[in-house]
Design a protein around this ligand. Structure first.
Ligand code: FES
Length: 165
């Protein structure tokens, strides 16, 4: 339906309901319809954080399956996120907060290979962040994942994170 058809539709609908409104009001209704049609959803801006994998603080990320919490106070609202080494040349970076009720999830370990939430026992894939076990009450969704790029030559991982609100 184009704008002209929409105007006629609204006018005839109002007339059919016996509603009389001033021209200014109908124009504001019509223009609000047109404005909503043009709304563009904001894109979430992300910022690159470069992590040296050969830094001794990041030793857990030197082996496949290794995982650690990471934090940068001016990114991701200062909240912890998780980095997991998935393969020789790929990493997964994702939120550390459970999508069920917001508890901090546990990183994979030798005892528990999945990302595990201790509050209601949801489990998430350490390869993708997808839910693989729903909580014992309610529903969780996949953990938000942040884009990563790995420079294997320089052993630098770039994680693209949202800023602070
Ligand atoms: S908060 Fe994680 S399972 Fe409930």
């Amino acid at each position: 339906m184009n704008n002209q058809e929409r105007r006629e539709f609204i006018k005839s609908g109002l007339q059919g309901l016996g509603i009389t409104i001033c021209a200014g009001s109908i124009m504001s209704i019509l223009s609000s319809c047109e404005m909503n049609e043009d709304l563009i959803q904001p894109q979430e801006t992300t910022f690159p954080l470069i992590i040296a994998i050969d830094d001794p603080n990041n030793i857990d990320l030197t082996r496949i399956g290794g995982a650690m919490y990471y934090n940068h106070p001016s990114l991701n609202n200062g909240e912890d996120f998780i980095i997991i080494r998935v393969d020789n040349d790929s990493f997964l970076a994702l939120s550390s907060f459970c999508t069920h009720q917001g508890c901090q999830v546990n990183i994979p370990s030798m005892d528990k290979l999945t990302i595990f939430c201790p509050c209601h026992f949801a489990e998430f894939s350490p390869l993708t962040g997808e839910v693989i076990q729903q909580p014992n009450q309610g529903t969780a969704t996949n953990l938000p994942v942040f884009k990563t790029e790995y420079d294997i030559v320089n052993n630098r991982l770039t994680v693209y994170l949202p800023g602070n609100d």
